[in-house]
Write a protein that binds this ligand. Sequence first.
Ligand code: GTP
Ligand code: MG
Length: 430
Amino acid sequence: MAATDLERFSQNAELESRNLPLGGHVGFDSLPDQLVSKSVTQGFSFNILCVGETGIGKSTLMNTLFNTTFETEEASHHEECVRLRPQTYSLQESNVQLKLTVVDAVGFGDQINKDESYRPIVDYIDAQFENYLQEELKIRRSLFDYHDTRIHVCLYFITPTGHSLKSLDLVTMKKLDSKVNIIPIIAKADTISKSELHKFKIKIMGELVSNGVQIYQFPTDDEAVAEINAVMNAHLPFAVVGSTEEVKVGNKLVRARQYPWGVVQVENENHCDFVKLREMLIRVNMEDLREQTHSRHYELYRRCKLEEMGFQDSEGDSQPFSLQETYEAKRKEFLSELQRKEEEMRQMFVNKVKETELELKEKERELHEKFEHLKRVHQEEKRRVEEKRQELEEETSAFTRRKAAVEALQSQAFHATSQQPLRKDKDKKN
Ligand code: GTP
Ligand code: MG
């Protein structure tokens, strides 16, 4: 096709479509059914992240929600840091297959220093987005049978203190709100009185709003569910009770928690919001949660990641986006950055060498001065020793002279005394 034909073709494509009546039944009205049938054959995946302190009732609630017993392992309170534990199950209801992954944030809130408690959770969510992006970027993609592990919803378990949210809760929710759909729930709601619960809910919502934490809002744009969703949005956060125990109430066995003073029925809307949660999470908005994850949270991750890699959409009538050009531009940018770094390092090395040279010179000068000083001290010492030696020599010769004189005197005296008896003998004889 010539360039002008191509231009005309693309112009025509932009023209508005015309409405045409059909002469009879064609059959494309079965398209939605075909879509449903294809989706059912393919199966669905749904991934839930449970964040809440150890022992708050995460596993019990999951078991209650899906009416089964998942493999669970009690967490210890001595984890050094928060650890994410995903477990995947295959569930079937009627002819619908659900690949459900429940991810537990093990050890959350158990560390003395909780500054970094949110990080492993954020990293886990990002890692699932990254895996999906890598699959998308592959030349041979297999997104059709790809096991999508992106987190569709985060159930954030709030401790039923009746006071206010802990800073750990606010910080964690704030860090997660752009990455995942958060549904806050008040756990173990049977441990808080009705009036306290009402005030607690208002307080929590107030704190979330004033701290700018975006929680998941049940969508109100689909007429079929707009009303119920709008009502349920006003009930957030849901106050839930979990139990897998069955208690006989009247002549029916119901899931409940039995206390000496009465029975708390999990599925009784006067007792707690469990039914509301199940309705909203599973029966009405599961697909919207999956959709939002893909179109909002993953899209944001993907956009930031691609922009980080240097890809940009063309704007207005500028040149169309080209992978080759982006690659070249990024390569050039990388090489010039490398060159800049190399130059910086070379300069740093030269400066270091100069510094060391100066230091060495200074040291040499100091050593030289020290040597001169020692030399002077040594000469002085030598001079003093020489003087001492001369003094000593003079003293020695004076001593020798004195000794010779004394000896001479002594010998004279001896001579004189040895002559005297002879003379006395002579005198006696005479
Ligand atoms: P880890 O996985 O070890 O962090 O605990 P968890 O959050 O999964 O809590 P789990 O479901 O194991 O429950 C801990 C304890 O709380 C158990 O004794 C449950 O019976 C109890 N529990 C669970 N849900 C509720 C609830 O709604 N109300 C009350 N009062 N107790 C509950
Ligand atoms: Mg558990």
